[in-house]
Design a protein around this ligand. Structure first.
Ligand SMILES: [Zn+2]
Ligand SMILES: [Zn+2]
Length: 239
């Protein structure tokens, strides 16, 4: 199956419906298009013309009309929106894709390009149970490495006891506990700049000196009091 990628950078923010040229099956193509519609929506795009010009491949157009018949999405005027069935399916795919990005880039340290390629494969095959295990293992991260929201799963509200998280928010460490920073999920660039100036960057060892009344952290020789929200944004692996 061929697909016109256009000039867009192929990562989770927005990309063509087909991760892989060899995306063979219709089911997989449907997944890709649902994911694509979701990504477009996050970027504020919901008109049919844009969707169709992205999906300029004749086969993709066929699949789009099949999806419409199946009740996955609908059109209203020149707008496209996901129907309940499509919304749910898209949400799961996006969740698998973005969790896999976190796993591959931050735990397995693959390059962004490699991680993207693998995430595109895994998003079609991970079972809901494995997806929730990955989520738990990563400490239920709220966003992907690109800062895009990861739709929460069942595991995020009802923690599963059988999987021990490998990665957790710094806040989950007891006072005196130490961890290696795996990622920082803050969406506030100013906050990130301030943290990195202190050496609070992925790979650093961070220690919780005190949690109450306000958190005090230590990185290297630096001890600093931080905003209480920050300890929820820093994800660590216990050392
Ligand atoms: Zn991403
Ligand atoms: Zn979760």
């Amino acid at each position: 199956m061929k697909f016109n990628w256009g000039k867009r950078k192929p990562h989770c923010h927005i990309r063509g419906p087909f991760c892989h040229r060899e995306a063979e099956t219709r089911d997989r193509a449907i997944d890709e298009l649902l994911e694509f519609i979701w990504n477009l929506r996050e970027n504020g795009v919901s008109n049919l013309a844009d969707l169709q010009s992205e999906a300029s491949d004749p086969e993709a157009r066929d699949i789009l009309s099949y999806m419409e018949q199946e009740g996955l999405f609908a059109q209203e005027g020149d707008k496209v929106y996901l129907k309940e069935k499509g919304e749910e399916k898209a949400r799961e795919i996006i969740r698998r894709h973005r969790l896999t990005e976190r796993l591959l880039m931050e735990i397995f340290e693959l390059s962004e390009e490699e991680a993207e390629k693998e995430a595109c494969k895994l998003e079609h095959i991970l079972s809901p149970e494995v997806t929730d295990s990955v989520c738990t293992f990563l400490g239920h991260p709220p966003v992907c490495p690109h800062g895009k929201p990861i739709p929460p799963g069942k595991c995020c509200t009802a923690p599963e006891k059988s999987v021990k998280p490998l990665v957790m928010p710094l806040n989950d460490l007891d006072p005196g506990g130490e961890g290696r920073i795996v990622f920082i999920s803050s969406n506030f660039p100013a906050r990130l700049d301030k943290l990195s100036a202190l050496g609070v960057v992925p790979g650093s060892i961070i220690k919780v000196r005190q949690k109450k009344p306000s958190p005090i952290i230590q990185v290297g020789e630096t001890t600093v009091a931080v905003d209480p929200e920050i300890v929820h944004d820093i994800y660590v692996k216990a050392v």
